[in-house]
Design a binder for this molecule. Structure first.
Ligand SMILES: Cc1ncc(COP(=O)(O)O)c(C=O)c1O
Length: 405
């Protein structure tokens, strides 16, 4: 349980490391309490006995539970978050057309656009939210824009989400949410996944809810949900039929993954509560450290703290900052969101366009402190002590820190 005595770390009575002890704070921890592991193992044993290994009852239960947890009329489980994005984009129709995407997202967001036949148009972001804004979308619109992909980076929902939705409606452009980071996050009491025509969630292991691998499409449209079910199973017109009506793919979620996600999803509220407690402690402590700026949660947003973002002073050497934390304090930071903007990714060079100064600056300047769904208070203390010490070194000698010395 959060904040209680450690059960996996520390020294025994003689001062030696207990068996299985792990020192330091890791970048991420995947949390499946023993009862959940046993429940998943029993379910897998059952499905191995029956042979119902794909598109079976656990997939249906996972979809229903995910939809209920996000107030979404429909949810369709698929093999990955990338598949959820590609299917959503295929369903709204982007083939041969432009799709606006923020520069500071994961490669998969752009890859899904390309695979759905669209052309990514990279847009700048709002520094306060790490998300697209109505202004940056307007600057990137072309006469041939088919869709905008709004990414809820770090599990934060921009307070401009309603304006963005309206802008898209007025321009006749589809809004698709990349909600890979945003399980259970809300704005104004409305869940991630409820703003766009379709939303894509990821269950990659480090996400707040995981199924091992997996993804989910949330939508209010029964028609889009039906299309998504066709796409995920090779574009087949019906489960047992052999006629293919869409260019689908092998995007089914296995039953093993589905039951893993179903059991994990039950912990979502508990996990988010603990992550928010950790973030509140970080907020309070970092307020006293000049030059380090935690990204504030926008008014009206209740994020899931998938990532806790801190901006370093301009010019500070991020690699040095991370190395000091790891080498001297045994604290490993989580991966950035993201360190290289998409228009600088070699494989996307032909879509690069011009500079996007805000996204470039934010990508270069931020770090993500570790947040685990069961993070203990002593681990939070260790992170804060470490950050204060490295901040002190940075303040004493900003020149050497900037030079990476
Ligand atoms: C913003 C974003 N979009 C899409 C994805 C793709 O999800 P998956 O890895 O499940 O395919 C991820 C996953 O890491 C992500 O972070």
């Amino acid at each position: 349980m959060p904040g209680t005595a450690p059960d996996r770390v520390g020294r025994n009575g003689s001062g030696r490391l207990a068996r299985g002890a792990v020192l330091g704070v890791q970048a991420a921890r995947i949390v499946f309490p023993p009862a959940d592991r046993a429940e998943i193992a029993a379910a897998v044993t059952g499905m191995l006995a029956t042979g119902q290994l794909t598109l079976g009852p656990y997939t249906k239960q996972f979809e229903a539970a995910f939809a209920a947890a996000h107030d979404s009329p429909h949810a369709v489980a698929v093999a990955s978050g990338t598949a959820a994005l590609e299917i959503s984009l295929r369903a709204v129709g982007v083939d041969g057309r432009d799709v606006i995407v923020p520069a500071n997202t994961f490669y998969a967001t752009a890859a899904a656009i390309l695979r759905a036949g669209g052309r990514p148009v990279f847009a700048d972001i709002d520094a306060a939210t790490f998300a697209l804004s109505p202004d940056t979308i307007t600057a990137a619109l072309t006469p041939d824009t088919a869709a905008v992909v709004l990414v809820h980076i770090a599990g934060l929902i921009t307070p401009h989400v309603d304006e963005i939705k309206l802008l898209c409606e007025q321009r006749g452009v589809a809004l698709v949410e990349d909600a890979a980071h945003a399980h259970g996050a809300t704005y104004d009491g409305r869940f991630a996944g409820s703003f766009g025509t379709a939303a894509a969630f990821s269950f990659y292991p480090t996400k707040v809810v995981t199924s091992g691998e997996g993804g989910m499409i949330a939508t209010a449209s029964a028609e889009l949900a039906d299309e998504a079910r066709i796409y995920r199973d090779q574009g087949k017109g019906a489960f047992s039929a052999n006629h293919h009506v869409r260019l689908g793919y092998a995007w089914r979620l296995s039953e093993q993954n589905a039951v893993t996600g179903l059991v994990h999803l039950r912990r979502m509220d508990e996990f988010i509560t603990r992550r928010r407690e950790v973030a509140a402690r970080y907020d309070k402590a970092l307020a006293g450290l000049d030059g380090l700026e935690p990204l504030s949660e926008p008014a009206g947003c209740r994020g899931n703290i998938y990532k806790y973002i801190v901006l370093l002073p301009p010019g500070a050497d991020r690699a040095w900052f991370k190395q000091e934390l790891a080498a001297k304090h045994d604290v490993r930071l989580a991966g950035e969101v993201y360190d290289m903007p998409l228009h600088h990714q070699p494989v996307l060079a032909e879509f690069a366009g011009g500079t996007l100064p805000v996204a470039e600056g934010m990508c270069a300047r931020h770090v993500c402190l570790p947040v685990h769904s069961d993070m203990r208070d002593d681990e939070v203390d260790q992170v804060l002590t470490a950050v204060a010490a490295v901040h002190e070194a940075l303040t004493r000698s900003p020149g050497s820190a900037a030079a990476g010395v």
